[in-house]
Write a protein of this length. Sequence first.
Length: 127
Amino acid sequence: MKDPELDRILSAEEELVPSSGFVRNVMDAVRLEASAPPPIPFPWKRALPGLVLCGLALIAACVMALLRSDSPRVPQTLSPSIFSTVSSGLSELFHAANASGLSWIILALLLTLISVKLSLRLTGGRS
């Protein structure tokens, strides 16, 4: 297409008129959308017991791994320092968590949470 033809087409001062039935079709679509029922909300009250049970199962698995660890659960020397007792208990807990793969479980849960939150935000759902 050459410049004079393009200038002629663009300079035409004709009024644009929609095709027949366009306005009626658009209004029918708007009425149909307005009369649609609202989306069904997620049944959090029904899902919550399952989520709580999953959390309890995870805690039970961590406790069982801690009880089955090869390292002694009670320090061999009784130290009067509370800090040494707490630090040895935390050390054993971290060893048990490492042995049971707790870091991978936490990573998977965090990635799942992030992806769900991101998808809800992108689709305009509640966040």
